[in-house]
Design a protein around this ligand. Structure first.
Ligand code: IDP
Length: 155
């Protein structure tokens, strides 16, 4: 096994995804791919947390509407673990703009506009580590053994 192990990423179902009752379908994709859920919670996000999460976007013209969107209702935030999970999740989630997202990806199957793209996925291993620390306390993340591990990986 190469790279950082265990690799983890932050996935969030945004308010539109929760409103549209897509949480289960989105989680199912990560479970059936073989990734392991190690943390999950539902919350109403504060603007303060979002401003840290989206710190690189603060000067973008769409930033105020992004804050409004992300605070418009509860979100479900998760940490998934597995080999190459950051890169694979980005592929599973699809392009930021749903109009460019491939069919078969979460955004390509469930959304049509960039301002309501259903889901967040960390875009780098370093970004994932930063986001996981921002959203979760260490004690909220579970270390547990997946019994089918030997069927998912050649160790
Ligand atoms: P990502 O979510 O695919 O990593 P980012 O560029 O980090 O993409 O943007 C964060 C979020 O900001 C997007 O998922 C989307 O909700 C929103 N966003 C990005 N670009 C635009 C835009 O041009 N108009 C409106 N919202 C945008």
């Amino acid at each position: 096994m190469t790279g950082i192990w265990p690799e983890r990423t932050l996935i969030a179902v945004k308010p539109d995804g929760v409103q549209r009752r897509l949480v289960g379908q989105i989680m199912q994709r990560f479970e059936q791919r073989g990734f392991k859920l190690v943390g999950m919670k539902m919350l109403q996000v504060s603007e303060e947390l979002l401003s840290q999460h989206y710190q690189e976007l603060r000067r973008k013209p769409f930033y105020p509407s992004l804050l409004h969107y992300m605070t418009s209702g509860p979100i479900v935030v998760m940490v998934w673990e597995g080999h190459n999970v950051v890169r694979t999740s980005r592929i599973m989630v699809g392009d930021t703009n749903p109009a460019e997202a491939q069919a078969g990806t979460v955004r390509g199957d469930f959304s049509i506009h960039i301002s309501r793209n259903v889901v967040h996925a960390s875009d780098s291993v370093e970004g994932a580590q930063r986001e996981i620390q921002l959203w979760f306390h260490r004690k909220e993340l579970m270390d547990w053994d997946c019994y089918d591990h030997n069927s998912t990986y050649q160790l």
